[in-house]
Ligand binder design. Structure first.
Ligand code: UDP
Length: 309
């Protein structure tokens, strides 16, 4: 297969590039590098199955030759990034999805949208099944990401219904691992960096809010399986092991052997109180479930961050 991966120089995108190449496919990676980095893909540059195009996918996307699948993964994805780039976040979710769908239609390719657990907003239902419609504040600071992704899902379904293109929608829950940016502001890089530097670990709010963390290799396997199944409805991918952010702070402290203090900072506006994927569908329809335990995955991630500090 020849696959186009938008956002291919980002955290998840670059792991996807690696995985498709490893499986013998050709990859066209498109990224404008505002939050992605060439460092994530530089090891692929000598490979004749890999092509990098620096391009902002909110503009018309032109790819020469055949394309079998378009995986639209371009977007700022950490709350700090999408607050820093609110308009780009809205544009890549809306215009970028439109352009990526246009490319898939032109090439008669399968289209996959990287959606998010943020479509559920601050969920009133837990764990979150795909049938839940969410609790999103459209005018809050996170609205730029949440609404862009909700629009992107609607646009994907419209192209499916109107133009009959084959689509997949993956709702990705918190994922972590090597190649997350040290300064992307998310809890995993923040806590690991702070712990390794013996600086205060910054817990936002009282730390009773929950998240469920999935290791990158598990996510990538789920995405790959989904691409090859004819499943149009959204599928949650994530690790259902839920923990409080305060307990996550203690776990990072323990795994790094850090002497950091834990300090409390204000909770960002509309920060979801709870998040845990219901992965019943993925288990049944993809025969997928996460294999890497939190401690195991965090150890690999901590080793990576050690090389970056
Ligand atoms: N968080 C925290 N300290 C930090 C960064 C994040 O306590 O230094 C909290 C944040 O408020 C949220 C959770 O950790 O409740 C996960 O935040 P993240 O930015 O990783 O992504 P989110 O899951 O909110 O999209």
């Amino acid at each position: 297969m020849r696959v186009v991966i938008t956002g291919g120089a980002g955290f998840i995108g670059s792991h996807l590039c690696d995985y498709f190449i490893k499986k013998g496919h050709s990859v066209v990676c498109i990224d404008n590098l505002i939050t992605g980095s060439l460092e994530n893909i530089e090891h692929l540059f000598g490979n004749d199955k890999f092509l990098f195009i620096k391009h902002d996918v909110t503009n018309f996307i032109h790819v020469l030759g055949k394309v079998d699948a378009v995986l639209h993964f371009a977007s700022p994805a950490s709350p700090e990034d999408y607050l820093r780039y609110p308009i780009q976040t809205l544009k890549v979710g809306a215009l970028g999805t439109h352009k990526a769908l246009g490319l898939a239609k032109e090439k008669k390719a399968v289209f996959m949208l990287a959606s998010t657990s943020e479509v559920y907003g601050d969920p009133l239902v837990s764990p979150q099944p795909e049938e839940y419609w969410g609790n999103v504040n459209p005018v809050g600071p996170r609205g730029v990401y949440d609404e862009a992704k909700r629009f992107a899902e609607a646009m994907t379904m419209a192209y499916h219904r109107e133009h009959k293109i084959s689509v997949r929608i993956v709702r990705i829950f918190n994922t972590y691992g090597p190649r997350m940016r040290l300064n992307d502001g998310r809890v995993v890089p923040n806590f690991i960096y702070q712990a390794l530097k013996n600086k205060p670990i910054t817990v936002y709010g009282d730390g009773t809010q929950t998240r469920s963390f999935c290791y990158i290799s598990d996510l990538i396997e789920g995405i790959y399986k989904l691409l090859f199944k004819n499943i149009t409805e959204p599928i949650n991918l994530g690790n259902p092991t839920e923990l409080k952010i305060i307990d996550f702070a203690y776990l990072i402290k323990k795994l790094t052997g850090s002497s950091s203090k834990i300090v409390f900072k204000p909770l960002p506006k509309d920060d979801p109180r709870q998040r845990r994927p219901d992965i019943t569908k993925a288990k049944k329809m993809l025969r997928w479930q996460p294999k890497v335990s939190l401690e195991e995955g965090l150890k690999l991630t901590i080793d990576y961050f050690k090389t970056k500090i």
